[in-house]
Design a protein around this ligand. Structure first.
Ligand SMILES: Nc1ncnc2c1ncn2[C@@H]1O[C@H](COP(=O)(O)OP(=O)(O)OP(=O)(O)O)[C@@H](O)[C@H]1O
Length: 237
């Protein structure tokens, strides 16, 4: 697996002409595992969307070395519409699109792989259930199963632990740590600083700009957190 490095040079991001994240420079090295933290509105989701290729920088250079299609993105759960008449296994199997094409007929091996992915997230018995009938935590596990199917070498996850109970959080974090151990690059937004300290070797602290980026224990120092809170209207620590 050749894992792309993602590098940013003076990258500013925003919506229309409004800049929400200024002059970000740094690299997510292949195989790194980084938590992106910061207050509401700090620019975390915007950064992930830019890294996923969904929005272009207002200025600066965001460079993906290698195959940009080899990046998987998990949006915030709240932005997903679950009203489609789909079974759980259908959604998981969609993760095979890079191997079979968007409208390709799935071979039996891919259905077997989708079932194995469901087993890995602890939902082996849910394959035939409707998406509509899942709890929030079960739905998040299903989306992780789809990521397992996607088999990408860079995983971008926007608040994967939000509103999850302790058990589901543990399952999801272990999967992410497995991906990291396999040499994939993992970047996840989280508001849970104790989980970030426990589970992520690297952290990127944002507040409309980079406050700190590096080893988690150093990034989440009291001084850096105070600096990140400075501009934010809402307490998040
Ligand atoms: N689609 C959009 N159109 C216009 N402005 C947007 C859009 N998405 C985000 N923004 C604005 O960009 C700023 C940064 O938002 P972003 O979602 O990146 O923050 P965040 O750090 O992920 O926050 P949160 O923790 O609340 O998810 C916010 O002021 C937000 O209103």
């Amino acid at each position: 697996m050749s894992v792309p490095a993602i590098s940013l040079l003076d990258v500013s991001l925003g919506w229309r002409t409004r800049t929400v994240l200024r002059e970000v420079s740094g690299v997510f090295p292949p195989g790194s595992m980084t938590a992106v933290v910061g207050a509401n509105g700090a620019g975390k989701s915007t950064l992930l969307k830019a890294m996923a290729g969904l929005i272009a920088p207002l200025s600066g250079v965001l460079h993906v070395e290698g195959d940009a299609r080899d990046i998987a993105w998990l949006p915030q759960a709240a932005s997903l519409d679950r009203s489609f008449p789909l079974r759980v296994i259908d959604l998981v199997a969609m993760g095979a699109w890079r191997r079979v094409g968007a409208w390709g007929r799935l071979p039996g091996s891919e259905w077997a792989r989708a079932q194995a992915a469901l087993e890995q997230v602890g939902l082996a018995d849910c394959a035939a259930r409707s998406l509509f009938a899942l709890s929030g935590g079960q739905m998040q596990r299903v989306l992780f199963a789809r990521l397992l199917m996607q088999d990408a070498s860079v995983m971008l996850l926007d608040e994967p632990f939000a509103a999850m109970d302790g058990e589901t959080t543990g399952v999801l974090l272990r999967l992410m740590q497995d991906w990291h151990a396999q040499g994939r690059t993992v970047v996840a937004v989280s508001h849970d600083l104790s989980l970030v300290r426990r589970g992520f070797p690297q952290a990127l602290l944002l507040a409309g700009r980079v406050v700190a980026w590096g080893k988690t224990a150093e990034v989440l120092s009291p001084d850096n957190l105070a600096a990140a809170r400075g501009g934010a209207a809402q307490e998040w620590l």
